[in-house]
Structures are given as structure tokens and as C-alpha cells.
Write a protein that binds this ligand. Structure first.
Ligand SMILES: Cc1cc2nc3c(=O)[nH]c(=O)nc-3n(C[C@H](O)[C@H](O)[C@H](O)COP(=O)(O)O)c2cc1C
Length: 303
């Protein structure tokens, strides 16, 4: 049996697989039919300063090889999260990552200050949600903002800080370098790609928000390209995601440069699928004489 443990900055994960933010809630629903300890880590739904009801429905739509969502950061707000949800996450035998979102820079600071009173080891700063009217993705489009907000969070915490990057940008390497300059311990990418689905009969977008974020297998080639580009641009770990549905997909992301990977939409397609994905991954390593996942990271040979 291959030892699947990976180190991502100062965190050790028992395997490279993390449940992606927004596709797993706080793990409660999945825990009814799956042992959450199979995961290397779980990233919480995006947490905001105040509770949010999210966008009006319809807020999800299927697309060829993927889906579009415009959930709009529905969550209980940081206080209720810390009181009612985080203890459940921390009880699980897996690493908890708290995904933090905001409309203005001070939102991130206020939330992270509150998280200082908790034992969560890691924070994922979501500068990339495309489905809210103000902030979030607009911070992620400007490297100067990424750097300054990351720096402000770095100054108040010793927890691991990952910056989640938006793909809705021309130069994702510049965004990653800004996160590194601000003191981030890692960058996670990609969040969803902004898209639209249209009903020709009504001549209206299907999503009530008009636009939404595309995820699932359709985005995988974009994500792989960006993971490799960012891997070559920074010296901090890259956490890769976007369309991963199999052990082989995860192998490809690690070859591209990811130290760990996240599974999002696949949890909605196959809620228990993670177990098989880990088995496939482990088998691939064994079949290829790879002793540990870390040996794969960044081994892509560009032409
Ligand atoms: C329904 C849904 C809700 C999401 N909510 C969040 C969120 O709250 N915070 C975040 O950083 N990403 C969120 N995401 C983005 C995912 O974490 C992930 O970056 C993206 O879906 C690409 O990965 P995938 O193709 O494996 O799903 C959400 C994605 C989906 C499908």
C-alpha cells in the first residue's frame, strides 16, 4: 500500500483529496452516508460576516459536461458558523479549511479575527466568487488588492492561508504572485468560470441571477493549464481543482504542479465517489512505482 500523505505548507493531509468549498456544506449531509475521515481535508462553504440567504432560484443548471451555479454564498454567517458548524467539522478526523468571503476588505479581516479564537488550522480566502453583486471576484481580479488583503490577514494569524484564485482574469500568474507576496502559504485554483445558459423559448437566462459559475469536467483543461502556469510562477504550494472526477484526473493535476487537489462538482454527481477516486489514485501510484504522491508534483515535461 502506497502512503498517500502529503505536506501542503505546514499542513499534513492523510491524502491529497479535499472536498471543495460550496459542494459539501459543512459535511453534515455527507456524513449520513460516508465516513468523512476518508478525506484529506474539507473546505467549508464560503463564510461571510453576516448570514446570507443567497440568490433567487433557479440557481443551478446542467450544462454539457458540467453545471452552472449562482448560489450566491448562502451561509449562516461567521458567528453562527463558529458556534454551530465549526465544532462538527473539527470533530471529524480530517483537516478543516474555512473558506472566507466578503464584499469589502474589512469583512475578511473581521471574519479571520473571529477565527483566531478557534482551532481551525487553515483559512481559504475566497477572492473568486462570481455570484455576488459586490466584492469577492472583483478583489481577485486586481493583484494589488489580493496582496494587500492577504497581507492584512497574514498580520493577524499564524494559521495556514490559502488564496483561492478566479480564472476570470487574463493573467492568473500575476494574481498568484500577489498572494505569495502578501504572505499566503498556498494558492487554490480554479474557482468557477463565469457563464450563461439561455432558454430560447422565453429568451431569458435560465439562472435568475442571469449568470453563474461553470464547473465540472468542462473546465478541467482550463484548470490544468492554469495550475501549471501558476506552479511555474510561485514558490508556494498550489492546490488544484476544476473538474476532477477520477484518480487519473488527480494524477494529472499533481503532474501539472498541484500538491493537493479538491473535488467539487463530482460530489454532486457521485456523493460517495470519493472512495473510488482515492482507490484509483492509489492504484495508479502503485502501478507506476510511485512511492508517494509528492513524487508526482510538477513533473510535467513541457514540449
Ligand atoms: C454549487 C457550488 C457552490 C460553490 N460555492 C463556493 C464557495 O462558497 N466558495 C468557493 O470558494 N468556491 C465555491 N464553489 C467553487 C468550487 O469550490 C470549485 O472551485 C469549482 O466548482 C471548480 O471545481 P469542480 O469543477 O471540481 O467543481 C462552488 C461550486 C459549486 C458547484
Amino acid at each position: 500500500m502506497v502512503n498517500l500523505a502529503v505536506k501542503v505548507g505546514n499542513l499534513t493531509l492523510k491524502n491529497p483529496f479535499i472536498a471543495a468549498s460550496g459542494t459539501y456544506g459543512f459535511g453534515r449531509e455527507a456524513a449520513e452516508f460516508l465516513d468523512l475521515s476518508v478525506w484529506g481535508g474539507i473546505s467549508s462553504k464560503g463564510i461571510t460576516r453576516l448570514p446570507r440567504a443567497g440568490n433567487m432560484p433557479p440557481r443551478v443548471a446542467e450544462t454539457p459536461a458540467g453545471m452552472l451555479n449562482s448560489v450566491g454564498l448562502q451561509n449562516p454567517g461567521v458567528d453562527k458558523f463558529i458556534k454551530d458548524e465549526l465544532p462538527f467539522m473539527m470533530e471529524q478526523d480530517t483537516v478543516t479549511i474555512v473558506n472566507v468571503a466578503g464584499s469589502i476588505p474589512s469583512d475578511y479581516i473581521e471574519i479571520c479575527k473571529k477565527l483566531e479564537d478557534t482551532t481551525t488550522p487553515a483559512i481559504e480566502l475566497n477572492f473568486s466568487c462570481p455570484n455576488v453583486a459586490a466584492g469577492c471576484m472583483s478583489f481577485g481580479a486586481d493583484p494589488a488588492n489580493i496582496e494587500s488583503i492577504t497581507r492584512a490577514i497574514r498580520d493577524l494569524t499564524d494559521k495556514e492561508i490559502w488564496v483561492k484564485l478566479t480564472p476570470n482574469i487574463t493573467d492568473i500568474s500575476a494574481a498568484a504572485r500577489a498572494a505569495e507576496a502578501g504572505g499566503a502559504d498556498g494558492v487554490s485554483l480554479i474557482n468557477t468560470l463565469l457563464g450563461m445558459v439561455i432558454d430560447a423559448e422565453t429568451r431569458r437566462p435560465i439562472l435568475r441571477n442571469n449568470t453563474g459559475g461553470l464547473s465540472g469536467p468542462a473546465v478541467k483543461p482550463v484548470a490544468l493549464r492554469m495550475v501549471n502556469e501558476v506552479y511555474r510562477a510561485v514558490n508556494i504550494p498550489v492546490i488544484g481543482l476544476g473538474g476532477i472526477c477520477s484518480g487519473l484526473d488527480a494524477v494529472e493535476f499533481m503532474i501539472a504542479g498541484a500538491s493537493a487537489v479538491q473535488l467539487g462538482t463530482y460530489n454532486l454527481i457521485s456523493p460517495q465517489g470519493i472512495t473510488q477516486v482515492i482507490d484509483e489514485f492509489s492504484q495508479w501510484l502503485e502501478d507506476h512505482g510511485v512511492q508517494s504522491p509528492g513524487e508526482l508534483v510538477g513533473t510535467l515535461q513541457l514540449w
